[in-house]
Ligand binder design. Sequence first.
Ligand code: ZN
Length: 74
Amino acid sequence: MSAKAANALRRKGARRRKARCPVCGRVAVTRFAPFCSLHCADVDLVRWFDGGYVVPGHEPAGRAPNDDDNDGAA
Ligand SMILES: [Zn+2]
């Protein structure tokens, strides 16, 4: 490999895309990664608490919607 090609490869690796804050889209800051600020980290946390984010997965199964009504009533 020529020195020129090696240099090009090194440069390509060094030029990493800057991570963007998933909340507002600004450039993320290492201290609050992957967010740009403490504010955006909090916004993301609140979204999780509010159920705005749902981890894709299986639905809770085994309980029919009306199961509570006849528990022990028979
Ligand atoms: Zn942000």
